[in-house]
Design a protein around this ligand. Structure first.
Ligand SMILES: [Zn+2]
Length: 260
């Protein structure tokens, strides 16, 4: 649908989306390019283009990339930019809080360097294992939840999945990273994958973490174990789920099951 598509029009509706590049330069560089691949790496959408350059869109907190079939209405609220394909459909980037960015990277090598400096391994990479996570928690005073949300440690684990993975591992989100044992680090790499798999099976949660490039609303939020379940019984022990602020995010956990 998008891959193989020729970009025939680009409109940036919010200059901040592409800053520091100018709107004009950004639009000019994209028009006439063909999209070879569109993929997601962590909180980035990466469109590789036929001249070796790449369009890298960082979603930040509230950004979203939607595919709009020809003739379908475009969500005008919070629209930051739109890219039309010669085939008729378009990609729309929406972002209520306007922290999301779009950037053109000129070569494949530069793209590797750019992502390598910002992203840790993907959760399903073989490198994301217990010993690796243990080295990234060792000696750190921040809560373990902040480590899981750090894109340089592991790419693409959002707020929902961090809560769900910590619950599955029975580790309290506010536990100091330095106090996480080797066994817990090992378990957490597995439960991060379990939580993500549960989300993928349900086509992603439509709340704040994930919506796929085609705008499909998921049903994962109906299956959360603790996230957004404040006051409801823990699925393991019936203790009411508690909501706290941790790593700067609304955080849900079971005070009985999850060890601090
Ligand atoms: Zn419990």
């Amino acid at each position: 649908m998008v891959e193989g598509g020729l970009i025939d029009q680009v409109e940036v509706t919010d200059a901040r989306w592409v800053a520091p590049a100018s709107v004009k330069a950004f639009e000019k560089k994209l028009v006439g390019r063909r999209v070879l691949r569109l993929g997601r790496r962590g909180k980035y959408f990466v469109a590789e283009l036929d001249d070796g350059s790449a369009l890298v869109m960082h979603l930040r907190m509230t950004g979203n990339l939607l595919y709009i079939p020809e003739g379908d209405p475009v969500p005008e609220a919070h629209l930051r930019g739109q890219i039309w394909l010669a085939s008729g459909g378009s990609l729309a980037f929406t972002d209520p809080r306007r922290f999301g960015t779009a950037e053109l990277i000129s070569t494949p090598d530069a793209l590797q360097d750019y992502l390598g400096a910002r992203l840790g391994p993907e959760p399903f990479d073989e490198f994301f294992d217990g010993p690796y996570l243990y080295t990234r928690t060792h000696g750190r005073k921040t809560p373990i939840k902040a480590v899981l949300l750090d894109q340089r440690v592991v790419a693409g684990v959002g707020n929902i999945y961090a809560d769900e993975a910590l619950f599955r591992a029975r580790v309290a989100p506010q536990r100091r990273a330095a106090r996480v044992t080797r066994a817990q680090a090992e378990l957490l790499t597995e439960t991060v994958q379990d939580a993500l798999n549960a989300g993928i099976d349900a086509k992603g949660a439509s709340i704040d973490d994930f919506r796929d490039a085609y705008g499909v609303k998921g049903s994962f939020q109906d299956q959360f174990l603790v996230h957004r379940r404040e006051g409801l019984p823990c699925p393991e022990c019936d203790t009411p789920v508690k909501k706290i602020r941790c790593a700067g995010r609304g955080t849900y956990y079971c005070p009985a099951c999850q060890k601090n």
